[in-house]
Design a protein around this ligand. Structure first.
Ligand code: ACM
Length: 518
């Protein structure tokens, strides 16, 4: 049924004839006009910008080489030119303008972030244009563009399964291609602790052992040097990296390494929590946070805070917790959870860093000015309202449609579903739609979360990510008035061709029965 719908939409736009006339850029720019002529990009094309544009020029040259094979690093005065122009009067929110004529392209923006967005649009135009032997003939466009949201995020869970630095860099490359700018790195959970902490080396050495598929596999984790490498690589691509150290639940791997801070769990979720009743737990976690914050110039740390109830019942019989409750007049374990979270958030604030947390933390009376909450429980819209009413900034990442571990086709069985509901590409594309709640200015943006319980290798990661990452880019960038399902699908066809060329294991929503779920 889904196939038929997509197919009919494609017929409506007549993709064979019209795709070439549509602008191939995703996310769709705010305003595009096809203009006369074409620009021939070749090795003698010259990029011209001031000193501040140097890093972007180098990056653009690298990306053009990678996607098209053309090496442009010309200083030839006779070649055609791409001018990168800082225009102080333009907004500094990532907006940009492109003007193209046959021998000249101008990209204008209020800062280098906007210039890079313009260069990425040009990169896509080049990628989807016909290549002659040593040049690409790019049809001329006039483009005026700006992002819908400032936060355009992707979260990757490397605790359940670990993918490693090469794969992470590849994902960052694709995030750049789609103008996504926040990489949320879920580094700790039940199945693994993936970040080196010098004060507590066993966190990675013991906590990093195994994964969900093989609990006894070798320890897998990032060294501090590797983390610095990822952060620098992301920064070149205008992507901010945010680490997540999940607490007080999802702490099983840490508890394996340092049982002294174990707060217990349940039969289904043993050793799930840190012990909020021990003073030592707070200094232990504060040291971990301080080392983590030092590695990430974003000065943002995600403290998790989700699903504590999976293990917190054990606190009711824990003498340390009972003492804490008596001392601070905490009547129940939910109050203990909020006490814990508030203390850890205060520690983060003292480190001059921002606290990020899942939507459960809306209960914890944190400082709204120093907190961003992530609304993930799509079945609890009141939790979103509560967060907004308490003046928290919010990133929208509801399971439906933004959890990419959910399947994308009715025939798929390996990933998650919500009852019979799942996350097909158009559901991602159409988000956030015309929802009044989502247009609150406290909403910073949106994010897709790639949980990896059912994503056990790189191939399957690609299958779950592509092509939904393209739909995510439109969801985060393009306002509802500018979206069009049929035109998007026609453009998506071109992007699928690119995935094919790049040998990605993508899902083809137009031919679901031809792509094997794996
Ligand atoms: C979550 O999915 N537990 C945030």
């Amino acid at each position: 049924m889904f196939f038929n719908r997509l197919f009919i939409l494609l017929l409506l736009v007549g993709f064979n004839s019209s795709a070439q006339q549509n602008c191939p850029i995703l996310p769709e720019p705010l305003k595009t006009d096809r203009s006369e002529g074409s620009f021939m990009l070749s090795s003698s094309t010259q990029l011209i910008g001031d000193k501040s544009a140097k890093a972007n020029i180098t990056l653009f040259e690298q990306e053009i080489k990678k996607r098209t094979g053309i090496l442009i690093n010309s200083v030839s005065p006779s070649g055609n030119k791409i001018y990168l122009i800082n225009e102080a009067s333009m907004p500094k929110n990532g907006a940009y303008q492109i003007n193209m004529v046959a021998n000249r392209i101008q990209i204008k923006a209020g800062n280098q972030e906007g210039i890079l967005n313009g260069l990425i649009s040009l990169l896509q135009l080049a990628t989807f244009s016909g290549k002659n032997k040593n040049s690409i003939v790019i049809p001329c466009w006039t483009i005026s563009d700006a992002p819908l949201f400032e936060w355009r995020g992707l979260m990757l869970d490397e605790a359940r399964h670990f993918f490693g630095i090469t794969k992470v860099k590849q994902i960052l490359d694709w995030m750049l291609f789609y103008k996504l700018n926040r990489f949320h790195w879920h580094l700790t959970d039940v199945q693994g602790w993936r970040i080196t902490i010098d004060s507590y080396p066993n966190l990675s050495k013991i906590g990093g052992v195994g994964d969900l598929t093989n609990p006894f596999g070798p320890a897998k984790y990032y060294t501090k040097q590797q983390i610095a490498e990822v952060v620098a690589y992301a920064k070149e691509r205008n992507i901010t990296v945010i680490p997540e150290i999940d607490m007080p639940g999802h702490a099983t791997a840490a508890n394996k390494a340092y049982p002294a801070f174990n707060g217990g769990g349940s039969k289904e979720h043993p050793n799930f929590t840190f012990n909020p009743g021990l003073e030592e737990t707070y200094s232990y976690l504060t040291k971990i946070i301080a080392e983590t914050v030092d590695l990430f110039p974003s000065k943002m740390i995600h403290l998790g805070g989700d699903e504590v109830s999976f293990g917190a019942k054990a606190w009711e019989t824990n003498p340390d917790v009972k003492q804490l409750m008596a001392k601070h007049n905490l009547d129940n374990i939910l109050m203990v959870e909020n006490y814990f979270f508030k203390r850890m958030a205060d520690s983060v604030k003292k480190l001059n860093a921002k606290v990020l947390a899942w939507d459960e933390a809306a209960e914890a009376n944190l400082d709204p000015k120093n907190t961003i909450l992530f609304w993930w429980r799509h079945d609890k819209p009141l939790q979103l309202e509560k967060a907004l009413n308490k003046s928290y900034s919010v990133v929208l990442c509801p399971r439906l449609p933004l959890y990419f571990d959910f399947v994308q086709d009715s025939t798929h069985v390996l990933g998650r579903k919500w009852g019979s509901k799942f996350n097909p590409i158009l559901a991602v594309y159409q988000f956030p739609g015309k929802n009044e709640l989502y247009s609150n200015t406290l909403i910073k943006g949106i994010q897709a979360n790639v949980w990896s319980e059912t994503i056990y290798d790189e191939k399957r990661l690609d299958f779950m990510l592509f092509p939904r990452i393209a739909a995510l880019s439109s969801a985060s960038w393009t306002p509802v008035e500018k979206k069009n399902d049929a035109v998007f699908l026609a453009t998506l066809k071109l992007h699928l061709n690119l995935y094919q060329k790049e040998k990605l294991n993508y899902f083809d929503p137009f031919n679901p029965s031809l792509t094997k779920e794996n």
